[in-house]
Write a protein that binds this ligand. Sequence first.
Ligand code: PMP
Length: 360
Amino acid sequence: MTRIFNFSAGPSMLPVPVLERAAAEMLDYEGSGMSVMEMSHRSKVYDKIIKDTEAKLREVMGIPENYKVLFLQGGATLQFAMVPMNLLVKSGKADYVVSGSFSGKAYKEAQKYGKISLAGTSKADNFNHIPKQEELTLDPEADYVHICHNNTIYGTTFKYIPETGNVPLVSDMSSCILSEPVDVSKFGLIYAGAQKNMGPAGLTVVIIREDLVGEPQPLTPVMMNYQEMVANDSMYNTPPTYAIYILGLVLDWVKDMGGLEGLKANNEKKANLLYDYLDSSKIFKTTVLKEDRSMMNVTFRTETPELDDAFVKEATAKGFSNLKGHRAVGGMRASIYNAMPVEGVQALVDFMKEFEAKHS
Ligand code: PMP
């Protein structure tokens, strides 16, 4: 068996102990005589899995009592519509900060459901930084403010939590959830597709403050209605059972790693290794402003697209996969989520040094 260092932006690496446990429990989950994939979502044994997974997520993230946790489908992208359909019900207005590709998509989608304003953007600078608090134009009457916490494609991240007064803050945390502690009470709603730090694709986690769960816009499909999903404990229909089970295993691993504090220390170590080298390199450079650099997605490039291509090709041959940057940015991107070990980043830096010696 050969496992390679997989720098994919998502779906991405999962911790080996999680995969091993899933394999060991595959044919007979805890004496049930079947795999988790094969069991009814209404069975006693599965009921324990989903309840335990929620309890572990609450414990690991310190989710306050007055927040509901939902296990949904449709990816983070469905939340681009679900959030406005459910929350644009008072003034019908919302403010969006567009700091990258996904927040741009969320901004565009929301326009179908109400009066959406651009609260701030870094588009003119090709999203190489995060707009600052003082650059945001916020409407105190808005039903919510939407941000994307970590920009997976551009490699920037919010290092501050925008102050929005009494207006609920909604955050897409798809590519940074579980990477470090977060004060959930500062948010009205947090959502994230699972396929980076939480588990396999197919599961979307929504954490919503109780008072925001209410009657949605009239045409909202039942599957997109938070109130229905809360009332049915995420089981209005069949939930993504196996992905939820894997999230439970991932959360056990998170606890073994020292919780979110432990993972933060590990993630900082990895990000510093890579950024310190990039800052000293003569041929590689980062593409974003230093103060807004992401710990999860590190974007960089050489002086020419030809050298970028040569680097990606050689790296792939050496077992460093998925380093090609997103087509919107070009260059390279190393996604170093929770499951990427420090050794993986060290090995990449060593290889980059060798490449630099050969090409400068
Ligand atoms: N938001 C962010 C920050 C993402 O990184 C992604 C996917 N890479 C999405 C939204 C879209 O997620 P999904 O594919 O789960 O719809």
